[in-house]
Design a protein around this ligand. Structure first.
Ligand code: AMP
Length: 214
């Protein structure tokens, strides 16, 4: 499977990716995770990306596309991949097409997960993450076993800076202006697989397995 997960911030792309990766044996490539890790390690890319990521703005396209191109040089992508958070605008989508063409790779599907604005805003407001291992929780839907403590590594979980109330509306606006046009872009290529993400992750996963005949 070579696929992209498309959908608003907070719609559940990362959580769904966890199940898909296990089922299809592919790697999960989240450009957001890559930027957060670059920030944490204070790499050159991280230092440039910091102000964009923290404000919920898109990191410049050339930096993002280069990061993706380099990631696709690794051996682990040979059995397939699932992109999450990339491409995020038409320019990135066109560049991604070129990167794949150079490798003679085709995309199998673009999985578009839908949910209302109210639903994604509520999910983002309650989202907590482990700053150490990256595990994702929700204060009411997916709480850790012990309040505020990561189940996997015992670290105190936190709210992402860009999940703050002030930033969320900007991220949604950018999604609608820049990322939503990708729906018709991929629909025209016959790649779009639309699923309802408003219930729970198991139901989202079930719809994808039914609709994606890979
Ligand atoms: P995410 O975890 O996908 O919500 O991404 C977190 C942040 O990383 C975004 O708000 C952007 O600042 C940055 N980012 C992630 N993916 C991209 C992308 N494809 N293009 C530009 N910036 C990105």
């Amino acid at each position: 499977m070579r696929a992209i997960l498309l959908g608003a911030p907070g719609v559940g792309k990362g959580t769904t990716a966890g199940l898909l990766v296990e089922h299809y044996g592919v790697v999960h490539i989240s450009t957001g995770d890559m930027f957060r890790s670059a920030l944490k390690n204070e790499t050159k890319v991280g230092l440039v990306a910091k102000s964009y990521v923290e404000k919920g703005l898109l990191v410049p396209d050339n930096i993002t596309n280069d990061l993706v191109e380099e990631r696709l040089l690794s051996d682990d992508v040979k059995n397939g991949f699932l992109f999450d958070g990339y491409p995020r605008n038409l320019f990135q989508a066109e560049e991604f097409d070129k990167i794949l063409k150079n490798k003679n790779w085709n995309l199998d599907a673009v999985i578009y997960i839908t949910a209302s604005d109210e639903c994604v805003i509520e999910r983002i407001a309650g989202r907590r993450v482990c700053p150490k291992c990256g595990a994702v929780y929700h204060i009411t839907n997916i709480p850790p076993k012990v309040s505020d403590i990561c189940d996997n590594c015992g670290t105190t979980i936190i709210q992402r800076k860009d999940d703050s109330k002030e930033t969320v509306l900007d991220r949604l606006r950018i999604y609608k202006e820049q990322t939503k046009p990708l729906i018709s872009y991929y629909e025209a290529k016959g790649l779009l697989v639309e699923v309802d993400g408003s219930k729970n992750v198991e139901l989202t996963f079930k719809q994808i397995k039914e609709k994606f005949k890979g």
